[in-house]
Ligand binder design. Sequence first.
Ligand code: ATP
Ligand code: MG
Length: 716
Amino acid sequence: RPAGAPDYLQGLNPEQREAVETLDGPLLVLAGAGTGKTRVLTTRIAHILALGKARPFEILSVTFTNKAAREMRERVGKLLGEVAEGMQWLGTFHSIGTRILRRHAELAGLSSSFTILDTDDQIRLLKQVLAAENIDDKRWPARQLAFAIDGWKNRALSPKDVPAGEAQSFAAGRGAELYAIYQARLRQLNAVDFGDLLLEPIKLFRDHPDVLEQYHRRFKYMLVDEYQDTNVAQYLWLRLLAKGSTNLACVGDDDQSIYGWRGAEVENILRFERDFPGAKVVRLERNYRSTGHILNAASHLIAHNQGRLGKTLRPQTELGEKVTVAGAWDSGEEARQIGDEIEALQSKGHKLDEIAILVRASFQMREFEERFITLGLPYRVIGGPRFYERAEIRDALAYLRVVASPADDLAFERIYNTPKRGLGDAALKQIVEVARAEEIPLLEAARRLLDGPDLKPKPRATLKELAQSFDRWSALVDKIPHTELAEQVLEESGYTDMWTKDRSAEAQGRLENLKELVRSMEPFENLRGFLEHVSLVMDADRGPGEDAVTIMTLHAAKGLEFDTVFLPGWEEGLFPHQRSLDESGRAGLEEERRLAYVGVTRARRRAKLWFASNRRIHGMWQSSIPSRFLDELPEADVDVIEAPATFGGGGMGGSYGASRFDRAEPFKSTYDTPGWRRAQESRGPASPGPGARRGGPVTIEGELVASSTAKSAGFG
Ligand code: ATP
Ligand code: MG
């Protein structure tokens, strides 16, 4: 048979081949990283099409990201040519949900031209709802409600389904009622939010069996990648569709479930056989991606998790290079050394496209970006804007620009009502008119308006305060250090506070980024010098398609692979992230470890782990100890790069050695700073409440966690 088999089946191993050729009935491929799960799905599509079992538009294929969808389309295209273009139903849950909803919009009370609100729009709308209901937005922030509603939608709960206990948590028991009002407002606006893109198709299928029937007839085959990260709503959506044809093939890896914090339920994959009786389960054990040492290291690491099925992974190539662990004195040096290593690789002929830097938290990216700009090394940031292009950074920069040059109208316009201070479009229009008429900057026009009779009392008071604030800040420009000034501006303007109160999932990251911004100002002599640097950096754009290093978060790297992967920041408190330990205990730690496993298994030939002995987090220098994950790596597969002499006895060599061989060493929480606490407290009643254990040593998993005094000796 192999001789006569079509090209695309050649080269598959027997288990993969079985998974590809078992077309009828439910199929689960449960297998570790790099074993060819995605390749099985792609080949399966090719096989279905080649055999004429279905036409391209009769195959539903769900991927986790748009990038993954594009890649899958390309891969099928390579195997079969143009046919792949007819795959209308290849995409993410959200993109497919949108498509379904547009086709039946009127049944959901929408017209087919409905708009999809982004997070900002959503918050704005919720604020209006709160105002109309006389609920104090200060006490009950719109973002907190948005977070709750997203959570309910991820679990496919309509307002009437929200458990009473949960509705209680917002605005004295009005959570579900506000959710209902918000939904009604969305309908009036002919709009949906992201959660609706899942929830509405589910409702549609439930309320209109004839519609569901259409899809049952249409989808002859269904395929889902990264099944371990589906949430309840996505699961229900699939189950409804799978009632038509049981030709559902899901692939996943319980060890790579990393979206629990966003409502993903790894249980979905574990109960597949119960949900779909008669399901065939295929396990793949050969890993084609990584060389032996890398694979051993990753397997050994993930074996420390208790909540897992356990799998064997067998490398298909030589042992290759050992995984390296190296330490730097601080995060700046970490970026410099990684930059040097990349240049060395490049000079040996390695392509930058095959090199990635995978970080735990997005604030880590900036230092690499700046270093690469200095070196002239092309890079791209995936899954988010580059550091200085992030919304919160642009806002903060806009404040600083107005402080430095009060005539910067673009900057003023960006922040004059951010955070919301009740200066609406009407007020802005008045200001703009004066500015035009008099040919003066907006801020000055605002001042003129304050002198005249045209402003209403409320905006007048607010505007006056704002103008006075800018006067005060501008007067400080050459009087106090610019980093201090920046902190003051962000505090006093209410901008930091806006994010501290924010209950959304990204708020924490935004606060971290703001701290990182202030930190990035340090090397500059003054505010102007810094702002000038930023405008140059923002300009340093790459042409498309240029060979470039990829910088991305570990979460965004799922499913991808690179020859060389740098994994910086393996330090306690950063990775594993303190928040995950505080809020979810062992479960949180295990999800962090899965993330580490995802990181290491992205590497084909080189995995390079780094930690810094000192890192500035939330504005404070912290000495850090290497991540416990480093201790969990098998010695035989790892090369520990000796610390350069400059580290001194108390540097990386010492603490890494100590923690590696002496497990009795207490784990120190090094990120227990006031700023951090404040931000954590804002995460709402849903979290166990770090406040409860503030002030004293606390215990995580039986280890003593004490606040540490930053070992800043030798600094500066
Ligand atoms: P992840 O869990 O990280 O998503 P995966 O299981 O989806 O990984 P793939 O991305 O499909 O794995 O495959 C990993 C690599 O191994 C790819 O480069 C793929 O082309 C290659 N590969 C898969 N199967 C084979 C095979 N039978 N022979 C040679 N190479 C293979
Ligand atoms: Mg994959």
